[in-house]
Design a protein around this ligand. Structure first.
Ligand code: URA
Length: 272
């Protein structure tokens, strides 16, 4: 085979492998063919659509009309010294993006407003949407266990929140404009709490806090920074549930221990 062609094929295979590995981490279980647009001059290529765990197998692939980006109301930037109550009040009964349409409850956050350790997830799931609290479904049970049994501190001593405050349909990853509409409130929450350490749960939370697209397998366990606050990226508990291996659990356990240790070194105080 021609050497250049062999090189190109090798590179294409490597990037496909990386894409698939990241898709697996994100909960994608299979790919569907997206309906191809009507043919014009060039043949249209059907694009595979990743489908996340829990999404119904048969659903329309056409985006609902409300999925079209709508003009967004500006998200406030909060000054230092802002309180969590002020951030919550500014969020109000938010209609800044389409996620408000199907939500039952806004899931703002839960825990100690003076926490030295903050966990940031992706977005509420079904139980969270019903109860108005973050991480109270299956992934939440695991996170709570890791905090309480693993780290030996009460869940109420930390603060837990998400990138977006309303449940994305079928638990899909929030879209960029939804993240954009909500991110000021996450920034405001962190500004209000000023924790010693943030644990970023999964790729979307880590990418948002670091301001760049990351591969979670590469950055987990490696200290990062967000506005001067130490960030420990780790796997999302939903991923740990799907990949319930001793190795995955060991890695997350190492990350959480490191996060608590660093928070304590920096003067953080935790009830036990
Ligand atoms: N997954 C998240 O990212 N956040 C929740 O609140 C629940 C599940």
């Amino acid at each position: 085979m021609d050497r250049t062609l062999a090189g190109e094929l090798g590179a294409a295979l490597a990037s496909t492998r990386e894409l698939l590995r990241e898709a697996l981490e994100e909960g994608v279980e299979h790919f569907e063919r997206r309906a191809a647009p009507p043919r014009t001059e060039a043949p249209a290529i059907a694009t595979p659509m990743p489908v996340r765990a829990g999404a119904p197998a048969h659903r329309s692939t056409a985006p609902p009309p409300s999925a079209q980006p709508a003009p967004l109301a500006p998200t406030p930037a909060f000054p230092s010294g802002v309180t969590l109550d002020e951030v919550r009040a500014a969020l109000g009964e938010c209609t800044r993006c389409r996620l408000h349409e199907a939500r039952n409850r806004i899931v703002f956050g839960d825990g100690n407003p003076g926490a030295d350790l903050v966990f940031v997830g992706e977005g509420p799931g079904e139980q969270e949407d019903l109860q108005g609290l973050p991480f109270v479904g299956r992934a939440g049970e695991l996170l709570t266990q890791m905090i309480e049994r693993g780290l030996g501190i009460p869940r109420s001593s930390v603060y837990i929140c998400n990138i977006v405050k309303c449940r994305p349909p079928q638990n899909r990853t929030p879209l960029p404009d939804e993240v954009h509409a909500c991110r000021g409130f996450l920034d405001g929450q962190i500004e209000a709490i000023r924790p010693k350490v943030i644990v970023a749960l999964g790729k979307p939370a880590t990418s948002l806090l670091l301001g760049r697209d990351v591969a979670i397998t590469r950055v987990r366990g490696v200290w990062q920074e967000y506005r001067g606050i130490a960030v420990m990226p780790t796997f999302h508990p939903a991923f740990v549930l799907r990949q319930y291996t001793a190795e995955t659990r060991r890695l997350v356990w190492e990350d959480l221990k490191a996060a608590l240790g660093r928070a304590r070194e920096l003067g953080g105080v935790f009830e036990t």
